[in-house]
Design a protein around this ligand. Structure first.
Ligand code: IPD
Ligand code: CA
Ligand code: CA
Ligand code: CA
Length: 265
């Protein structure tokens, strides 16, 4: 990708400014709507924040495409060229109910290759950053590779709420078995932060049955840079134009989780 360093610095600057916008807007009353159902929230701040990115990116880079959760960008049907994949607020439920534990997630892909991943924990002023081939960083401090020797029984595993309810792929016996097998489970309510925490080494895996491109795009790039693996639960590659199941962790735990899911009870 041409001008990668320049785009990186600019993207980081916009993410920080977008964080300031969120912090200012959340002090005032704001409109909260629902999307699919009463648990699926969106606020006018999600939309304004995405619009902020669209305005800046389209002005500076009119030939780049923008795929954002709130649809302020355009319809993106291929990853050809440079595509910004943006979740303006990942963890809207946390944002509304807790005023913390949410993040801005920006992944920049060029011809389908993840080049730059930024995850910004707004209320903690923490920037996670990954640049293809150049490592992953937390607030400009390089992150160590994740421990390749850690196994599933010793893992702290991020699970999201779908797992509390038996689903098409796993019945409750399987879920109970997994919870018993691992060292502990966590559910943070922001997929982007779960990826960032894997890169940081404070959780060891994340498994979920439904994520959208904007939940994953930045996280995958950051985790790749510390030696992690992110695929669908059957081991196939992610498709960043559609919904995906996801396993993210070191190689060994990734293998174990895939085997575990495929095994019959
Ligand atoms: C959601 C969060 C949540 C995950 C959901 C996502 P949003 O994103 O990442 O942790 O479990 O699947 O949709 O809607 O808050 O941006
Ligand atoms: Ca949402
Ligand atoms: Ca999201
Ligand atoms: Ca969102």
């Amino acid at each position: 990708m041409r001008n990668r360093d320049h785009i990186l610095n600019e993207a980081k600057q916009w993410v920080i400014e977008a964080g300031e916008l969120i912090k200012t807007e959340m002090q005032k009353p704001y409109k909260i709507d629902t999307k699919r159902d009463r648990k699926d929230l969106v606020t006018e701040i999600d939309q304004k924040t995405e619009q902020f990115f669209v305005d800046h990116i389209s002005k500076k880079y009119p030939d780049h495409k923008i795929l954002g959760e709130e649809g302020m960008g355009e319809e993106v049907h291929s990853l050809d060229g440079t595509v910004w994949i943006i979740d303006p607020i990942d963890g809207t439920m946390n944002f509304v109910h807790q005023q913390r534990f949410f993040a801005i997630s920006v992944g920049i892909y060029h011809d389908g290759v993840g080049e730059i991943g930024l995850i910004y924990d707004v209320m903690n002023n923490t920037m996670y950053e990954g640049v293809k081939g150049e490592g992953a960083y937390k607030n400009a401090k390089r992150l160590d590779p994740i421990d390749p020797n850690k196994t599933l029984t010793d893992a702290l595993v991020g699970l999201n709420n779908f797992w509390a309810i038996p689903n098409r792929r796993l019945n409750e016996k399987k879920i109970h078995e997994l919870v018993r097998k691992v060292k502990g489970t966590r559910s943070y309510g922001s997929a982007a932060l779960e990826f960032a925490y894997i890169a940081e080494g404070i959780i060891d895996a994340y498994i979920t049955m439904r994520l959208q491109p904007w939940d994953i795009a930045a996280g995958k790039i950051i985790v790749d840079e510390v030696g992690g693996v992110t695929t669908r639960v059957d081991g196939s590659s992610l498709d960043l134009l559609t919904g995906n199941t996801v396993i993210c962790s070191n190689k060994a735990i990734h293998e174990s989780l895939m085997t575990f899911i495929q095994e019959k009870e």
